[in-house]
Design a protein around this ligand. Structure first.
Ligand SMILES: [Cu+2]
Length: 326
């Protein structure tokens, strides 16, 4: 149950109000929105998260599959949801790609011979069990990784015959420390998002350069940043097929660009990128930039990349402060 007033914090910015695609994706049978996978790894998927009460868009999630050094498939999950009440809310992958109504998403995703989808039983040991999303009453943010499910084909694939969906619950996931108890896995359902593959847009990625002319850019994902950087959408994807990019920094709306090049910190009239001062804007540690990308075709999609900021190291290297290791 959300107060309508807090829901409107998302809608009033009109970021998602014309995200008709998002809605289209959700209402289409999974197969029509899904594009065939052509590689076993580095698959991506998105979910548009909508209120169970009003069907209003509250946020989105991105999923990226990668192989560990031992070949284990891991998925990086990023989710931002606005309008959740203050506190923690359970997030799980549920067994069916259906959100209308939210109950139709079924129980917790848990394939296999011993699958047990009852949310409050075998919890938190279902394949689809994730961690809580933390909300400050307006914004909610969650990043995690899981190796219990895959996007690519296989026995743990989220893209089984009936697909899968995220459910965000009204209450905190207690992880059921005392075994099965009604509501211990988060209780009633607050929001839902069908998980949809987006394999056609591999070139749609965030990159970062040290130069305002965007030279020598590298992938933003897993980059280690210091001082001033220039983050933008890779020009590998045809820029004329994009109509608008809305950037988020750690879940908060940061910049909206309606013309290429799509710079995270904005573009100068000279066409150079404006600098993003990591030292002023972020503490050292891991951060995430996400982008909602509206395509000229009318579709919307989302990308996110987590990176590390380390300005301390730089300070020691320059000898401006005493290095405690000396
Ligand atoms: Cu659940």
């Amino acid at each position: 149950m959300y107060p309508v007033s807090s829901l409107s914090t998302f809608g009033s910015k009109s970021k998602f109000t014309n995200g008709l695609i998002a809605i289209t994706i959700l209402s289409l049978p999974l197969s029509s929105a899904v594009v065939s996978a052509d590689s076993a790894f580095s698959e991506k998927a998105i979910a548009v998260i909508k209120s169970c009460d009003s069907s209003e868009v509250m946020g989105f999630a991105t999923l990226k599959e990668r192989a560990s050094s031992e070949g284990v498939k891991k998925i990086d999950v990023y989710m931002q949801v606005d309008g959740l009440s203050f506190g923690n809310h359970a997030v799980h992958i549920h067994e069916t790609a259906s959100c209308m109504p939210c109950g139709s998403a079924g129980g917790h995703f848990d394939p296999g011979n011993f699958g047990m989808t009852n949310p409050d039983a075998n919890h938190p040991f279902h394949s689809g069990d994730l961690i809580n999303i933390e909300s400050d009453g307006a914004k909610g943010l969650m990043t995690t990784e899981t190796n219990r499910v895959t996007l690519s084909d296989g026995p743990l694939s989220l893209f089984d015959d009936d697909g899968s969906a995220f459910i965000v619950h009204d209450l905190e996931d207690s992880y059921c420390p005392d075994g099965e108890a009604a509501g211990c896995a988060g209780g009633s359902r607050a929001a839902c998002g069908i998980i949809t593959k987006v394999n056609t847009i591999d070139d749609l990625e965030l990159v970062v350069s040290r130069k305002d002319k965007r030279k020598d850019a590298v992938e933003l994902a897993d980059a280690e940043l210091e001082k001033d950087v220039f983050i933008f959408l890779s020009p590998k994807y045809p820029q004329d097929q994009i109509s608008k990019v809305t950037y988020y920094l750690n879940g908060n709306e940061y910049e909206t660009e309606t013309y290429p090049p799509y710079d995270f910190a904005g573009t100068k009239s000279s066409d150079k990128a404006k600098k993003f001062k990591t030292k002023d804007e972020l503490v050292d540690g891991t951060h995430t930039v996400a982008a909602e990308i509206e395509l000229s075709s009318g579709q919307s999609t989302f990308v996110s990349s987590s990176f590390t900021v380390d300005n301390e190291k730089d300070r020691f290297a320059n000898g401006r402060e005493n290095n405690p290791n000396n």
